[in-house]
Design a protein around this ligand. Structure first.
Ligand code: G4P
Length: 528
């Protein structure tokens, strides 16, 4: 095995998805604790950014431009090199989250045991399914009163359409939380509220058949556990690694991130059940991550809100080979050889310049405005493109008007650059000959951001007029004659910057009606 192969084999790159408040930050923190990357929990940043109000966003964003804390955390644990991709919790940044998932090899879904599947999880889950990546479930907050375990699993299966396989099983919840039972080893780990923020704590493990168990968990709990084990063994899906690999079966774990219970059990199993970076599709076939040749794609661009230097950081996921700071690379979409400047990486909390990075890693490079989301970078002499990153359906729309029409050039430049970063999407009326621009965003906060940035960075004042549309679909079969398409009274025909036709509706039921009225029409929630 070469050194490069060794490095790549120990990489695990994943994202944690959850509805805000389910415990993603807390779980991440505990992972870092095990990796020895931080000494005390409570120091993971990025939480503040997820929780701000509109008013303080600009200040935060200014900081965000300089520090890249909320992008990726790398640490070592038990011979593995782990990259956790941070997904912003605030729903207004969900588009960034979607893209981040494109860079992950697997996902961990954190669910609050008293809430079950929530809106944001549902949305993010869809993206994981689209990519067929393995999805692991951590059901959190067992130290609080939880919903019935069978019902929780049932909900995941029904709502998300994925089979579940509990690897362990909780005994009670809330004040009556006694521990978890490992179905493989048939041992019960007794719940201890570890000293907050540390990884200490004495884990007591008892064989499920041992007479001692009752003393720890009580007779009633024991009886219930035995019944549930029997039920489970008869009813639940068996563990099947192949099904896990294609994202059709989710291994489920129970615990409490806050009290650090069940976290290490989860981490160990997760690392065993996930793989190192796998080949990725490109227009020249699958690219083997273990080759010596470097390749990567851009999945996120972060603008520097500092007016004095309007630079950006492009985050790329390395898909194959080794990256060396001094090396020359080829930017496929720009058709240019270049050197990536100031490549940086996050090691736990600290940002540092990287000399070497490998397939599975994420690096952030200084972007003078040449990269777009989805761009491929590879070794000179090669020329292939990774599959593009789909555009996700915006949910809010507004018509944009300039206050001073003389500043058309700056306006177009500004709005195009901001769209290139992926914060907003721009559309035009279809066939009306009007130059008016319609902006679509995933979260309404982005409207404020657009206004602020156009004013501050491009000196252009705009008026946004909200439109009532909420549903958008790309037309997949482009041969359809848009003029002939019969829609509903609340439908609008538009096109994106590439000229792709799209439809907008106010009401969701109109989508079905439009499909009924136009036989053969194929619609998609994602644009390419
Ligand atoms: P998020 O990143 O998914 O948004 O969630 P985060 O980890 O910030 O957790 C949200 C809240 O839930 C926090 O409380 C956190 O302490 C709590 N929490 C996380 N895991 C557990 C758990 O296993 N059990 C219990 N009981 N609580 C948990 P907060 O009061 O909102 O914040 P803080 O003041 O504790 O920081």
């Amino acid at each position: 095995m070469t050194d490069i192969t060794k490095e790549i084999e120990k990489r695990r790159t994943f994202a944690i998805i959850s509805h805000p408040d389910a415990g993603k930050t807390t779980l991440t923190e505990k992972f870092l604790l095990y990796g020895g990357a931080i000494n005390l929990a409570g120091s993971v940043k990025g939480k503040a950014t997820a929780r701000h109000a509109v008013s303080d966003w600009m200040e935060i964003e200014k900081e965000r431009g300089i520090s890249v804390t909320s992008s990726v955390l790398q640490f070592n644990y038990d011979g593995f090199c782990i990259n956790i991709l941070d997904t912003p919790g605030h729903q207004d940044f969900s588009e960034d989250t979607y893209r981040t998932l494109m860079a992950a090899d697997s996902a961990v879904m954190v669910i609050d045991a008293s809430k079950g599947v929530e809106a944001q999880t549902r949305k993010l889950f869809k993206v994981c399914v689209m990519r067929h990546i393995p999805i692991f479930t951590f059901i959190n907050k067992l130290d609080r009163d939880a919903n019935d375990t069978f019902e929780l699993l049932d909900e995941i299966e029904k709502e998300l359409g994925i089979a579940t396989c509990p690897i362990n099983w909780p005994i009670g919840s809330g004040k009556n939380f006694k521990g978890v039972y490992d179905r493989n080893t048939r041992k019960v780990t007794i719940y201890t509220d570890t000293e907050k923020g540390t990884k200490e704590g004495t884990a007591t493990e008892i064989d499920v058949d041992s007479p001692e168990l009752e003393a720890f968990i009580g007779m009633e709990n024991k009886e219930q556990l035995m019944e549930e084990i029997e039920l489970l063994d008869g009813a639940s899906a068996e563990f099947d690694q192949d099904m896990v690999n294609i994202g059709e079966l989710s291994p489920v774990f129970f615990g409490s991130a806050l009290t650090n219970f069940g976290v290490e059990i989860f981490l160990r199993n997760f690392l065993d059940m996930t793989s190192s970076p796998l080949p990725r599709k490109s227009d020249a076939g699958e690219v083997d991550p273990m080759t010596n040749d470097f390749s990567a794609f851009v999945f996120k661009i972060q603008a520097n809100m500092n007016k004095a230097h309007r630079d950006r950081i492009a985050f790329m996921r390395i898909c194959s080979g080794e990256f060396d700071a001094g090396m020359e690379v080829f930017h496929v979409q720009g058709n240019k050889k270049l050197r990536l400047s100031q490549p940086q990486q996050m090691m736990a909390q600290e940002r540092h310049i990287v000399d070497h990075a490998y397939a599975g890693d994420i690096i952030g490079v200084f972007d003078p405005g040449i990269f777009s989301i989805g761009d491929t970078i590879c070794a000179p002499g090669q020329k292939f493109q990774y599959e593009g990153i789909p555009t996700f359906a915006p949910e809010h729309f507004a018509r944009v008007r300039q206050v001073d029409t003389m500043k058309r050039k700056q306006f177009v430049k500004g709005i195009s650059q901001i769209a290139q970063e992926g914060a907003i999407q721009i559309f035009q009326e279809f066939n009306t000959g009007m130059e008016e621009i319609i902006v679509g965003v995933v979260g309404v906060l982005q409207f404020e951001v657009l206004k602020y940035r156009l004013q501050n960075e491009y000196n252009v004042e705009i008026i946004l007029e909200n439109l009532p549309y909420e549903h958008i679909r790309w037309i997949e079969n482009k041969e359809i004659d848009l003029d002939m398409l019969t829609g509903t009274s609340d439908m609008k025909k538009i096109k994106d910057l590439k000229g792709n036709p799209l439809l907008l509706w106010v009401n969701s039921w109109s989508i079905g009606m439009t499909l009924d009225r136009n036989k053969g029409l194929v619609l998609s929630e994602f644009g390419r």
